[in-house]
Design a protein around this ligand. Structure first.
Ligand SMILES: [Zn+2]
Length: 440
């Protein structure tokens, strides 16, 4: 079969160059989001550059969303340089939707495999893979990109990335963010038939941390509940695979083995029966043990397309950016809407707010740290210093040992009321939290 030659006019009409070389009636400068400060992709004479975009793009995650994002970037045909980072390897269960992977790739790095697939298929775009954790890379790495598109499936990694992008913003002497240091972060997320895409301009719009309340805290259940007072089917399943499996078997539970999972399911079902709890199913057992967020290919496709659309807009200035949040709901009908997610007044990442706590002076340092972990800040492993001394540091080991004794001391023996403390945590890279503790 011979290919029908495309006539020049229709090729031009279908080209993204048409869109990018003409002024948009919906330019950002007239919009509510102040992205007008980012320069459009034109050369010094103001002429559109047909060679493609010179900016580098970082794609975080090469899974369900990441594969779609890379494909969409490739299909734009004007993106030249992309880096993709992912620590995962390919599992056989990924193959139904992570379409850059084949059976032969099972066990290989997602980032490396996705990059070589795209590089072979879209020779106009060079994808550089990095197989590893986002936390392995420092601010110098993240600084080189003009936009970061995140397709992560876990909250903690998204918090870290958001913190990193926020920490890159520098301020001028008036305290205003320096526009060149603001790297837009496009955050995509999906869960089953729902998903969202949002544009985060660090330190200008609301950030991921601002909306942390909208994500349920991790479903960690105390072991004593699981062992003694189960209330919901998930507790029975946790009892079976956390507490019973090691008692009965010497080998590690293999969540991909149907025999192993059948045993966990049956054990959990018996337990549920004893406590009169309904709802333990094989599917739920798989979900709890593997901690699966249900993945739907069409949701990934829609959310990724929305993310890449936003990335194109912040890179080329061709239209008004999303302000700031797009929600997609596909469970009952096809429905989407946008809204402005407001900045949280005391967001620990994107505001320079000193946080205040009122506590009894007899509260121990350890109790304060627990409050920071379990309270609204949802920190993971905070370290804390005062202006005069290190109160508690988790690293290095020697410093941890030297400050450990402070944990059991009451605050009144360590600090004065109203003193400003500095809290650091691995969840916020290069950022600290100012905390003023006043005694009642
Ligand atoms: Zn924020």
């Amino acid at each position: 079969m011979t290919k029908r030659p495309m006539n020049q006019t229709s090729r031009q009409r279908g080209s993204i160059h048409t869109l990018l070389s003409r002024p948009s009636p919906f330019g950002n400068e007239s919009g509510s989001l102040p992205v007008g400060e980012f320069p459009p992709n034109v050369d010094s004479s103001g002429t559109y550059n047909r060679e493609g975009l010179t900016q580098k793009i970082l794609v975080v995650g090469a899974g369900g969303l990441g594969c779609e994002i890379l494909k969409d970037l490739g299909m734009l045909q004007i993106v030249r340089e992309v880096t993709v980072i992912d620590l995962d390897t390919i599992d056989v269960t990924n193959l139904n939707r992570q379409f850059l992977f084949r059976q032969k790739d099972v066990g290989s790095s997602k980032a490396v495999t996705a990059a070589s697939f795209i590089n072979a298929r879209c020779p106009w775009m060079k994808v550089t893979p990095y197989h590893g954790k986002i936390q392995d890379k420092d601010s110098e790495f993240y600084k080189q990109f003009s936009v970061v598109i995140s397709g992560l499936d876990n909250i903690e990694a998204r918090r870290w990335l958001n913190g990193m992008m926020s920490s890159l913003v520098q301020f001028d002497e008036d305290g205003d963010p320096v526009p060149e240091t603001i790297i837009p972060l496009i955050d995509g997320g999906t869960e089953g038939f729902s998903g969202q895409s949002r544009v985060i301009l660090p330190r200008i719009t609301s950030c991921f941390e601002c909306s942390l309340d909208t994500f349920a805290p991790s479903k960690a259940v105390p072991l004593c509940t699981i062992a003694e007072t189960p209330r919901i089917p998930e507790h029975c399943i946790a009892w079976a695979f956390i507490l019973q499996w090691p008692k009965v078997f010497e080998k590690k539970l293999d969540a991909d083995s149907p025999d192993d999972m059948k045993w966990v399911f049956e054990t959990a079902a018996k337990r549920a029966n004893q406590f009169g709890i309904e709802g333990v199913t094989y599917m739920l057992t798989l979900g709890v043990v593997k901690n699966i967020i249900p993945a739907v290919a069409s949701t990934n496709a829609i959310v990724s397309a929305a993310c890449v659309n936003e990335a194109l807009k912040v890179l080329t200035f061709c239209s008004q950016s999303l302000n700031t949040y797009m929600m997609y709901i596909g469970s009952e009908s096809i429905n989407s809407y946008t809204f402005i997610m407001e900045q949280k007044e005391n967001c620990p990442v994107c505001t320079t707010h000193t946080h205040k706590l009122t506590l009894s002076g007899s509260t121990t340092l350890n109790e304060l740290l627990q409050q920071l972990i379990e309270g609204e800040y949802r920190l993971q492993a905070p370290s804390i210093t005062s202006s005069s001394k290190t109160l508690y540091m988790r690293k290095p080991v020697a410093l941890e040992a030297a400050t450990r004794a402070n944990l059991d001391k009451p605050l009144k023996d360590l600090i004065t009321s109203g003193e400003e403390l500095v809290v650091t945590d691995q969840v916020f890279p290069d950022t600290s939290l100012g905390l003023v503790v006043t005694f009642v």
